[in-house]
Design a protein around this ligand. Structure first.
Ligand code: UTP
Length: 238
């Protein structure tokens, strides 16, 4: 198979800008995918639920739903709606992309044989789309998985609570595992720099990660090309 680039695209990136800024970002993402395809690379984008998931989960909680499995299913539906909408950006291109949203990694991987771009959302409860991207990357033997989110780096502590928190430019998967609290349960709709469940999968698979701010598409391109980029490089064991 051609080289495949796996990107977890945080749902917040779809809703943290409006108007010309949003149009320009979308255009740059489309151009990036086209140029990667031109270089013979397939692209897998796993889209998060962002604002839509948070709203739908909150609405359900307000209506009295407490079952985390059910709330996760609502979150997953939201990611799939975002994925379907995101695919529309590619309608007027020559890119061969999926017409339906895969509901499992296996389903997504099977589409990859014939297509150049796969866009999908969540799969099973108890994780976030970061984990879907990491599992997809593991399944196809990707060199690394890029987690494009709304923060520029992994920090030494939560920068919203601790102003002395420092950016981490490079760290091992084990160090990321300790910092992100691998093994800790997550709450539906809550937000982390990287999903610890996904970090656990990456550690077991020795799959390197890149964490960066997905608003800066030029920087995302640098990371994909293996050039110096602004973000956190998470390396595996050689
Ligand atoms: P996201 O992947 O969007 O999580 O899934 P997030 O942490 O809110 O990330 P951003 O803000 O988009 O970057 C939204 C919710 O959907 C459920 C979880 O409840 C998650 O919090 N979900 C998603 C699953 O249960 N399984 C999945 O595979 C994906």
């Amino acid at each position: 198979m051609k080289q495949a680039i796996v990107i977890a695209l945080g749902g917040s990136l779809l809703s943290n800008k409006t108007g010309a800024e949003l149009t320009s970002w979308r255009l740059k993402i489309v151009e990036l995918v086209i140029s990667l395809n031109d270089e013979g690379k397939k692209v897998i984008i796993i889209i998060g639920g962002g604002e839509l998931a948070r709203k739908k989960i909150k609405d359900a909680i307000d209506l009295g739903l407490t079952d985390e499995h059910e709330l996760d299913l609502i979150g997953i539906e939201s990611t799939r709606i975002n994925a379907m909408n995101f695919l529309k950006l590619f309608s007027n291109t020559n890119i061969k992309f999926n017409q339906e949203i895969p509901h499992s990694i296996e389903n997504g991987v099977s589409f990859l044989m014939d297509l150049d771009l796969i866009v999908m959302g969540g799969t099973v409860p108890g994780q976030t789309t970061d984990t879907v991207a990491i599992k997809f990357g593991e399944e196809i033997g990707a060199e690394r998985v890029i987690v494009a989110t709304n923060v520029s780096h992994v920090f030494t502590d939560d920068p919203r609570k601790n102003p002395t928190a420092k950016k981490i430019k490079s760290m091992s998967l084990n160090e990321l595992g300790i910092l992100s609290g691998v093994g800790a349960p997550i709450k539906p709709g809550s937000s982390f720099a990287v999903d610890p469940i996904g970090v656990g999968v990456a550690m077991s698979a020795n799959l390197p990660l890149v964490i960066l701010n997905g608003d800066d598409v030029a920087n995302l391109r640098k990371a994909i090309n293996g050039e110096t980029f602004e973000g956190t490089n998470v390396y595996g064991v050689n």
